[in-house]
Design a protein around this ligand. Structure first.
Ligand SMILES: NC(=O)c1ccc[n+]([C@@H]2O[C@H](COP(=O)([O-])OP(=O)(O)OC[C@H]3O[C@@H](n4cnc5c(N)ncnc54)[C@H](OP(=O)(O)O)[C@@H]3O)[C@@H](O)[C@H]2O)c1
Length: 329
């Protein structure tokens, strides 16, 4: 198998290399692409030295898959070149997620959608993946989910490689009594929470917040699903957490929900421990817990979940899509 990584030097791109090494055998060639800033940088993969290249005409030729982790604009710019090469493009940006010709896939939830691809498959938003991984079992096995009301607690690494550096530098600066000047985030993130991620739409929700409804409908095959969300950036390095109230068509007992979640692939139900981002980092499982009745609606359940957004929310999910395609050839 010949694989390319577009955005190989970034937060998700580096994790792609770790996930491929852990999960995929028989990789004959790994080609790494980044910006001109990183051209010539050497990265080691499975004992071989890979030299980072810039994107040029024909650079994707001969590849079976391209795993993408660049911005929306760059993803749109490079898509025609990848399609021309014949490689399947599995993209982490939000550029094509709602395109009806592009499957939006979380393998445990709707893996079969990947098989209908026309050359491009999109990986959903990171908080969206983690939230629906936590509750898909209820939707698929017990009663369809009609509504989701959620707040996210999103780690700084979700903003790319610059996020953790900004948090670290701000903590050091504040300890020294120096002033901080936010660059990656819209306000100081050290010792703070920022209740806005993305830009604000006409309906006063942010682009990031609308993904829970728009992408959720596509992944869950639930075109009527309603989701209200508040996305918050918190000073946590890695792993997003989500507090969600889900309203189902029929009442679901806590015991039935717990049983369904515990038996769903890729999720872990924690009953004697709290699911927390420090514990869910650096691995692929979504941790779910604190399940209780919603006190405002007899068909409501409250759920807390967390998962590593660079792994299950991005790189690992995309590698799982690749594995799914290979397994169904
Ligand atoms: N971080 C997350 O948790 C997360 C989760 C889900 C989805 N995503 C999505 O994944 C994508 C990447 O995010 P990230 O967090 O990995 O960002 P990042 O750390 O900022 O990395 C961006 C990557 O894009 C490369 N790049 C920049 N300009 C380029 C160009 N002209 N040609 C080719 N490559 C170029 C960068 O290369 P240089 O190093 O050379 O600048 C770097 O490798 C984004 O669309 C993001 O929304 C991120």
């Amino acid at each position: 198998m010949k694989i390319g990584i577009l955005g190989a030097t970034g937060e998700v791109g580096r994790q792609f290399q770790i996930c491929l090494n852990e999960r995929v055998s028989g990789i004959e060639e790994l080609r790494l692409f980044a910006s001109p800033r990183s051209e010539g940088q050497v990265m080691e993969f499975q004992g071989k030295q890979c030299v980072v290249q810039t994107v040029k005409e024909g650079c994707f030729d001969g590849l079976d898959y391209v795993l993408g982790s660049v911005s929306n604009g760059l993803s749109k710019q490079y898509r025609p070149m990848i399609e021309k090469s014949g490689a399947v493009y599995i993209d982490n940006s939000s550029a094509f997620r709602l395109d009806p010709d592009v499957p939006l896939v979380v393998p445990e939830i709707n893996g079969e959608d990947a098989l209908k691809h026309k050359g491009v498959i999109a990986n959903p938003n990171c908080s969206t993946i983690i939230t629906y991984m936590a509750v898909a079992a209820i939707h698929q096995k017990l009663s369809p989910i009609k509504k989701v009301i959620a707040s996210t607690y999103q780690a700084v690494s979700g903003a790319g490689a610059g996020g953790p550096i900004e948090l670290h530098d701000q903590v050091l600066a504040i300890e020294k009594g120096e002033a901080v000047e936010p660059k990656v985030f819209s306000a100081q993130i050290a010792y703070n929470c920022i209740p806005l991620i993305g830009s604000i739409n006409d309906n006063l929700y942010s682009t990031e917040e609308m993904k829970l409804q728009n992408e959720g409908r596509k992944i869950m095959h639930a075109p009527e699903l309603l989701a209200t969300c508040t996305c918050v950036r918190v000073p946590v390095y890695r792993s997003h957490s989500i507090s969600a109230v889900i309203i189902t068509e029929e009442p679901v007992s806590i015991e039935a929900a717990e049983e369904a979640i515990a038996s769903f692939p890729g999720t872990v139900l924690l009953k004697d421990k709290l699911p927390m981002p420090l514990d869910s980092s650096d691995q692929d499982l979504v941790y779910v817990g604190r399940i209780r009745r919603d006190l405002t609606d007899p068909n409501g359940l409250v759920v807390w979940c967390c998962g590593d957004q660079i792994r299950k929310g991005a790189a690992a999910n995309a590698v799982q899509i690749l594995e799914y395609l290979e397994a169904h050839k």
